[in-house]
Design a protein around this ligand. Sequence first.
Ligand SMILES: Nc1ncnc2c1ncn2[C@@H]1O[C@H](COP(=O)(O)OP(=O)(O)OP(=O)(O)O)[C@@H](O)[C@H]1O
Length: 250
Amino acid sequence: MVHVEVNDLSVKYGSYQALQHVSLNIPGGEYWILLGENGAGKSTLLRCLAIWMRPTEGSIAIDGYNTEHDERILRSRIKFVPDTPAFYAELTAWEHAELVATLHHLEDWNIHAQKLFQLFSLDQHKNAYPASYSRGMQYKLALLLSLLVKPDLLLLDEPFGPLDPASQSQLATVLGRLCRDEHMTVIVSTHLLPESIQPDHLVFLNQGRILLDQSWDMVIEKYPGAVSSLPYRLTYSLLEDSAGAEFSHE
Ligand SMILES: Nc1ncnc2c1ncn2[C@@H]1O[C@H](COP(=O)(O)OP(=O)(O)OP(=O)(O)O)[C@@H](O)[C@H]1O
């Protein structure tokens, strides 16, 4: 289980401030949601956590290791699935799994891979090329390939976007189970909340700032019914609240 500490992180793209003084304390084995509208800074934060980019200011510690100084130690423990994953055109889905297993020196990975292909309903398509997959299937494949190596920290950028509602709910539930059973820390960026989602914690980002950083139980208590029938209502309620109120850390 890895504990993640984000300390006063800011990111600038030229003169544009994409993240402003973001601090988070994410206990190991928890399932966190980063909610925000387009351009809120979610992907930028995930890219910093994945060590795909460096912040302009501030620091990140993962399991006590600094992402700037201990990159080598951390890389094998973190998996990031971007919103548009890339694949090798000449390899089938199953051959991608073989490649990942070889690169990571995985032993006895075959049965685990079969189970993951079944879990994501891709077992009928495992000998097809990812280019022939739908966007949702491609995301599931990229996620499956990340899970094959059993990372300590799993970062998912907009996983629900390309999925149908049933698959969104299924994935939301699977992610919670992974945290519990595999002790994985999971951080998911999204602009929508599937109906059955039950994360441990929700962070709401708006224009690069944290407007809410609260346990899911407290979010549900404060915004009852926000998720079940109207997934967007929570975002609007949070934006309305933040117009005057101070943001809240719990
Ligand atoms: N490479 C870049 N160069 C310049 N500006 C960028 C770059 N990447 C992101 N931005 C800007 O930074 C802001 C935050 O972008 P980011 O992709 O982190 O937001 P997001 O919340 O993930 O949005 P989305 O839900 O649309 O993916 C946006 O205004 C975006 O235009």
